[in-house]
Design a protein around this ligand. Structure first.
Ligand SMILES: Cc1cc2nc3c(=O)[nH]c(=O)nc-3n(C[C@H](O)[C@H](O)[C@H](O)COP(=O)(O)OP(=O)(O)OC[C@H]3O[C@@H](n4cnc5c(N)ncnc54)[C@H](O)[C@@H]3O)c2cc1C
Length: 314
């Protein structure tokens, strides 16, 4: 019978929505229990949020000063210890999860199943390969713990349930490595919605032409209350910071609406938006590959079309 431990991801005292997506994948495995593990120096508020997610059986908290900031080197041994008795340990395939979960897998002596898209049975999963051009079916051995990262874009976040699951404090009797320590977190502060979880994303590519010209993308995004993304060419040209990159080596996203301006539609970019609901492409080249996957395509100059869209929005 399956007993699944879901690793909560959080920052600044708030649970990341990726956690509820992982719970959905855990629910697809089914089984006896889905417990969420929250590591923190003051995890109670985060645990209370996690407890509300539908399908969660228990929330386990580990309170330690070392957990004030997420460090894979110190979190992994705690998770490996907490994983005793569980058949599965799931985390999100976010940047944090990709750093953390392979260490957990190594400590448990198993190979990680990465980027789970679907659950076929308790030990059989599908995942993308070749930048999402092929889907492979992976079978994990049934006599070992399954450690997996869950591809956030493939799963809807589990809703909040009617009642909260119990929260229990866990004490793990282990010494943590001291070779890695937190120094500083540098991150851009923005009032715009988070690119990875926003329902609407407006993206610009090389066609936008410059950092200054990107203002037109920000303005439209603000009008639509959308997050802003970019192609790698726009990032490499210095128009925008690299945490805005969408695609194979950027963020994999699944917004309800994705609007691409001046983006040609290279396969590495499309990999990041395959799961988007409606894709709108604006490009002056009628043969741009992005039109092959766009639900709505407009051939034209983005600098003419964006003001027209804004005017139509009122
Ligand atoms: C290993 C690897 C990983 C990669 N990872 C990523 C990734 O994660 N994300 C990513 O995006 N790319 C990635 N790339 C790069 C990718 O192959 C493309 O080079 C990149 O996506 C191109 O960006 P672009 O569409 O903005 O630029 P271009 O391909 O140069 O396209 C610009 C488009 O803008 C249009 N245009 C120009 N002016 C206007 C205008 N005024 N109005 C309307 N349209 C206009 C043009 O017609 C053109 O189609 C990766 C490549 C490799 C090899």
């Amino acid at each position: 019978m399956s007993k699944i431990l879901v690793i909560a991801e959080h920052l600044d005292g708030k649970l990341n929505s990726a956690t509820a997506r992982v719970v959905s994948a855990a629910a697809a495995v089914g089984g006896d229990a889905i417990d969420v593990l929250v590591l923190g120096d003051a995890p109670d508020a985060i645990a209370a949020e996690a407890a509300k997610i539908e399908g969660v059986s228990r929330v386990l908290t580990v309170t330690r000063a070392e957990n004030a900031h997420m460090l894979a080197a110190t979190a992994a041994p705690q998770i490996a210890k907490a994983a005793e008795g569980y058949s599965h340990v799931f985390g999100p395939s976010t940047t944090t999860g990709k750093d953390l979960m392979p260490r957990v897998a190594a400590l448990l002596g198993v190979a990680q199943v990465s980027d789970v898209m679907t659950v076929e049975s308790s030990h059989v999963f599908t995942r993308p390969i070749y930048a999402g051009n092929a889907i492979v079916t992976v079978e994990a051995p049934t006599d070992h713990t399954v450690v997996a990262t869950i591809r956030s874009a493939s799963w809807k976040a589990a809703d909040n349930g009617d009642s909260a699951a119990p929260v229990e404090a866990l004490t793990l009797d282990i010494e943590l490595p001291a070779h890695t320590r937190f120094v500083e977190l540098k991150q851009d502060k923005s009032d715009r919605p988070d690119l990875q979880s926003a329902p609407r994303v407006v993206s610009g590519g090389r066609g936008v032409g410059s950092k200054e010209n990107f203002d037109i993308i920000y303005k439209l995004a603000d009008k639509l209350n959308a997050a802003v993304g970019a192609s790698r060419a726009a990032v490499d040209a210095g128009y925008v910071p690299n945490d805005m990159q969408v695609g194979q080596t950027g963020k994999i996203i699944a917004p309800e609406l994705y609007m691409a301006f001046g983006i040609s539609g290279a396969i590495q970019h499309l990999t990041g938006i395959k799961d988007a609901g409606t894709i709108v492409a604006i490009n002056k080249d009628a043969d741009a590959p992005i039109f092959e996957i766009a639900d709505i395509g407009l051939v034209g100059d983005l600098f003419k079309i964006i003001p027209e869209i804004e005017a139509a929005l009122g």
